[in-house]
Each structure stands twice: as C-alpha cells, then as structure tokens.
Design a protein around this ligand. Structure first.
Ligand code: MTE
Ligand code: MO
Length: 171
C-alpha cells in the first residue's frame, strides 16, 4: 500500500514530466534529402553545429497553411508547411537577426521581431504537392499576401525567398 505522501510525490513527479516542453534537441539525423540547414543560436542540432531537416522532419513539426495569390503564381494556391515562429519555438532559436539563403545565393536578413503569428510560412507543399526547384521549391518562404495589405510590400516581397536552403540565427 502506497502512503498518501508517496502518492503525492509520484503525482508531482509525473506532473513535472508532463509539464516540461519536449526538449529541443530531439532531432534524429535526416534520412531523406536535406531541405533545410539551420545554423547559429539554436538548441537543437543533429549534424555538428547545425540542424538538418528532411521533408519528413519538416512534416513532423506543427503544420500550417493558407491560400493566397502571389505575384509569382497564377490563381490562389494553398501553401502548407511550418510557420517560422513554430520552427523558432521547436528548435530553441534565439538572436536578433535571421539570415536566410537560397540555392541561387540570394540572401536576406530580417529581424527576429518580424516573425509574426501568421507569417512567414516555410512552405514545402503547394496545393498539397512538393514544389520543384522550377516551382520555387523545395522550400519557399511565403506570406498570406491577400490577407494583409502590409504583406503586399516590397519589403515582404524581398523576404519571400524561394529555393531556401539555409537559415542562420544570430546577432
Ligand atoms: N531565391 C530567391 N528568392 C527571391 C529573390 C531571388 O533573387 N532569389 N528575389 C527577391 C526579391 S528582392 C523580390 S522583390 C522578389 C522578386 O520577385 P521577382 O523576381 O518576381 O520580381 O523575390 C524575392 N525572393
Ligand atoms: Mo526586391
């Protein structure tokens, strides 16, 4: 028979385990093609100082999607993937500045403060399908341009980096 004091201790211990967020760092090595490499001030790593993510690992993070026209596509595609804010939370990323780089050497910097609740989205599906390099994939950072006039700005267009390969968190 467990004493009530012991039961309380067990309950408190279990409650502590349940309340702790999943430890950042819980990422196995990618088994598929690496779509994103993340560097800098991050708590989760699986390849030296960096975190490499394949599509299955991106799909295992919290998923979001929105439907919007863009100045680069026709119609109103639905983009699905991981909100940058959810990636930041999942991997314990910190720092003032985010530097994003593409396969074609295009690079942009944005402040961490520009990571909003609704955008940007690291999209890896358009209308439910992976995007080829020609279609600006495999990862395209997009905004819900139709939903908010402030997203139809040159600053946001310049941040809409396609063929995104690398994200670095830092000063
Ligand atoms: N990978 C990649 N993404 C990019 C760019 C680029 O050159 N390469 N140009 C950016 C800039 S500065 C803007 S304004 C828009 C340009 O879109 P446009 O080439 O259709 O004018 O995409 C952004 N995303
Ligand atoms: Mo631009």
């Amino acid at each position: 028979m467990i004493s009530s004091r012991h039961s309380l201790a067990v309950i408190l211990a279990l409650a502590t385990i349940v309340a702790s967020p999943a430890a950042a760092g819980d990422f196995a090595a990618p088994t598929g093609e690496v779509l994103l490499t993340i560097k800098g001030d991050i708590a989760a790593r699986n390849a030296g100082d960096t975190l490499q993510l394949d599509q299955a690992q991106l799909a295992a993070l919290p998923q979001s999607s929105f439907t919007t026209s863009t100045i680069w596509t026709s119609g109103t595609p639905t983009f699905s993937g991981v909100l940058l804010k959810d990636l930041v939370a999942a991997i314990g990323a910190k720092g003032e500045t985010i530097t994003l780089s593409a396969a074609n050497d295009y690079t942009i910097k944005m402040p961490m403060s520009a990571v909003a609740d609704d955008a940007p989205l690291l999209a890896f599906l358009m209308d439910g399908k992976p995007m080829s390099l020609r279609e600006k994939g495999p990862v395209w950072m997009v905004y819900p341009y139709d939903a908010n006039e402030s997203y139809r700005s040159e600053e946001t267009y310049s941040r809409s980096i396609w063929q995104l390969t690398t994200i670095e968190f830092g000063e």
